[in-house]
Each structure stands twice: as C-alpha cells, then as structure tokens.
Design a binder for this molecule. Structure first.
Ligand SMILES: [Fe+2]
Length: 170
C-alpha cells in the first residue's frame, strides 16, 4: 500500500502546476502566481515563458533575492553610466541557485529551459522601478506593480526620459 504523499512531494506538484502557467504566456516573460506584501517585504513567485527575456530593469530602492525553484535561466547584468546601458556579465542560474540584487542593480532574466518558476523577496518595498527600453533608448520609471517588460501601460509610467537626459533621483 502506498503511503500518503510527503510534504515535499505535494510542494513539488504545486510548483510544477504553477510553472505550467507560464507556458500560456506569449507576449510577456513571466506572470505572478503568488504575491504577499507585509512588514515592508514583498514576496512573490513567478511563472515563466521560455525564450522571452525581461527588459533590463532594477528594483527601485529594494534589495531583491530571486531563487530558482524550477528551470534554467540566463541572468544578464548591466551598468548605466553617461547615458549608456552596457552589459557587464551573463550567468546561468539553475534550480536551487539564487541571485541577490542590491539597490541599483540592473539585470534581465530569461528562461532557457522548458519550465520555469522563481521565488522573489524584495525589501523594503519600493514604490517604483526603472525599466530600460534599449530600442528607443528611453528610461522609464514605473510603478512597482508593473512587470519587467515592455510595453508598459501608460497608467503605470511615472516618468519617461531619453537615456542621455536621465537624472537619477528617488
Ligand atoms: Fe528583477
């Protein structure tokens, strides 16, 4: 006789079910499948669509920790200086690995396997983030509830500026 499923088995099944939600996306790299905000901390899980990288972005004044629960990802990091965005690194992140992003870190993530689920913790909660449009070379300051992809609904754009004229302020 088979015993009851263990907590780990149940969690694996829930995570796989959440990861499958990303396969239904076609125009954005991820969707939130769970989110909680309390004690100045935002926690969420995201389900990913393969082959759709996020736009380069930061997390405002938050420190972010992104843990890979399922899948393989490419994380690219950038610096923005003198009106130019430049990629400075690329690393592969797989299940069990994490990326820590102090305030000001600019990165993008792309799912490079067939299924992807990530767990995110942001502290303190920032009321904005920056998105970099590398096609139009515009920097967008957007509401923190916007996703890290373009286009952004205008209702979530707080400010828009050409790279060359951006002045950072909180
Ligand atoms: Fe991010």
């Amino acid at each position: 006789m088979l015993g009851a499923p263990s907590k780990g088995m149940v969690l694996d099944a829930v995570w796989e079910q959440e990861a499958r939600q990303g396969l239904e996306l076609s125009s954005q790299p991820y969707c939130r499948v769970w989110c909680e905000e309390r004690l100045q901390t935002e926690r969420m899980r995201a389900s990913w669509c393969p082959g759709l990288p996020t736009a380069p972005h930061d997390h405002g004044c938050s420190t972010g920790r992104i843990q890979i629960l399922i899948g393989d990802f490419l994380e690219r990091r950038f610096i923005f200086a003198a009106g130019q965005l430049s990629q400075v690194s690329e690393q592969r992140l797989s299940s069990g690995q994490a990326s820590v992003c102090p305030p000001g870190t600019i990165h993008s993530l792309e799912l490079v396997s067939s299924l992807g689920l990530t767990s995110h913790v942001y502290r303190p909660i920032s009321d904005f983030m920056r998105l970099f449009d590398v096609v139009s070379e515009e920097l967008l300051r957007v509401s923190h509830c916007a996703g890290a992809w373009l286009p952004v609904p205008e209702s979530k754009v707080l400010e828009r500026s050409p790279f060359a004229r951006w002045q950072f302020r909180r």
